[in-house]
Design a protein around this ligand. Structure first.
Ligand SMILES: Cc1ncc(COP(=O)(O)O)c(C=O)c1O
Length: 390
């Protein structure tokens, strides 16, 4: 064998049968072969286990999918290149021209844009309601055959709590599927409800370190099998390295989520007492709207706090610029604390009326609380509130 050939056929490394690595090696690999064409064909057709091409399936990615399905208490999962990709692909794959989708004003902006823009272009109609308007939901589902009800709880950014039991019962009674974007609640909550599909941005809590992006849809087998064909054609698969980083990150998920929830609770209580702050929304805070419902539905209340600065829009800018320990950036769930000023949080696609429904006011700030020492965070917030709100 000449060296030109040798470098393209590196030596095989056989692992002894009784010698296992503790972590699954990163399958940084695109193509698999078998000993015969027939077996490769059977794998490609899904007639036997095995791998064929990493856009379709990869062991590192599969390990993450199985882990997420188990955490969320459903049969199976598909991961994607980003959370917004999981949202878009799921919506496109579940609907066709003439279908009707219900969603809620208070939710994540790009989801609204996908439904009102992308899906509408392909003839999918929609109704946008308030997450608090259960009567409106019942009226809409009675009046219009609906394919899918898409919701969040807690909603991003304002932390409203959806009545999951009421929403899923209404949807089921009217033959509509339900999908929850469960990113803020995490992988371990809401699994006991009669929800058909769970969608996540993995960019937030999967690693907590904000170094990889990803998304997931988790559901019963029949639904995942139905989605898989379309998802493979979209080609926005997660790569093996990102999947491995997420599997590693999930090992500390519960410790992070619970400690971040405890830190967020302490910060919410602190903000609630501060004269510059109003309308502090944190699901664990007894004064937060629907706190009793949140307690029934959730065990941990998450990292996100929303509140209004009485002094308004410009004060929000000065306040977040004065913060030393909070990064002024989108996203949430990371181990470092983050702050979003009104300038970055105000939706551009909502009418003045819808903006009122959304609950986002001129001085609304979103915080994501990390794993720093709570007293350090309080001291930083105190000095920034003093400086920013002058
Ligand atoms: C509730 C929610 N869903 C989906 C996404 C999209 O996730 P990604 O940023 O991973 O595309 C986000 C991102 O902020 C989000 O907050």
């Amino acid at each position: 064998m000449k060296d030109e050939t040798r470098v393209n056929h590196p030596p095989a490394i056989e692992l002894p049968d009784d010698n296992h690595p503790l972590n699954l090696p990163i399958f940084q690999n695109v193509k698999w072969e078998t000993d015969t064409v027939r077996e490769s064909e059977r794998i490609a057709r899904g007639e036997r286990p095995g791998f064929f091409y990493s856009r379709l399936s990869n062991p590192s990615v599969r390990q993450l999918e199985l882990m997420l399905a188990q955490l969320q208490r459903r049969d199976d999962c598909m991961v994607t290149a980003s959370g917004v990709n999981a949202v878009a692909q799921t919506l496109v794959a579940l609907t066709k021209s003439g279908d009707h989708v219900v969603f809620f004003t208070e939710g994540y902006g790009p989801t609204r844009q996908i439904i009102r823009g992308l899906l509408a272009r392909f003839g999918v109609t929609h109704s946008m309601l308030s997450i608090d308007d259960l009567e409106g939901l019942e009226r809409t589902l009675t009046a219009r055959k609906t394919r899918l009800v898409w919701f969040e709880s807690p909603t991003n950014p304002i932390n409203k709590i959806a009545d999951i039991d009421a929403i899923t019962r209404l949807a089921r009674a009217h033959g509509a599927l339900t999908a929850i974007d469960n990113t803020a609640a995490g992988f371990h909550q809401h699994g006991e409800f009669d929800i058909d599909l769970f969608v996540h941005s993995l960019t937030k809590f999967a690693t907590g370190s904000g170094d990889v992006m990803g998304g997931a849809v988790i559901a019963r087998q029949g639904l995942i099998d139905q989605l898989r064909g379309d998802f493979r054609l979209f080609g926005a698969h997660l790569d093996a390295l990102s999947a491995s980083i997420m599997v590693r990150g999930l090992k500390t998920y519960f410790v992070r989520y619970r400690q971040q929830s405890a830190n967020a609770m302490a910060i919410a209580e602190f903000l609630e007492k501060h004269p510059a702050c109003a309308r502090v929304r944190y699901p664990g805070l007894p004064s937060s709207p629907k706190a009793a419902l949140a307690r029934r539905q959730m065990r941990d209340f998450g990292a996100v706090i929303c509140f209004d600065l009485e002094a308004g829009y410009e004060a929000g800018r000065h306040f977040t610029e004065a913060l030393q320990l909070f990064a002024r950036t989108p996203s949430f769930g990371s181990t470092e604390s983050l702050a979003m000023p009104p300038q970055m949080i105000q939706p551009k696609d909502l009418s003045a009326e819808d903006l009122v429904v959304s609950g986002i006011g001129p001085g609304t700030i979103r915080l994501s609380i990390g794993l720093e020492d709570v007293d350090d965070l309080k001291a930083d917030l105190s000095q920034a509130l003093l400086q920013g709100v002058r």
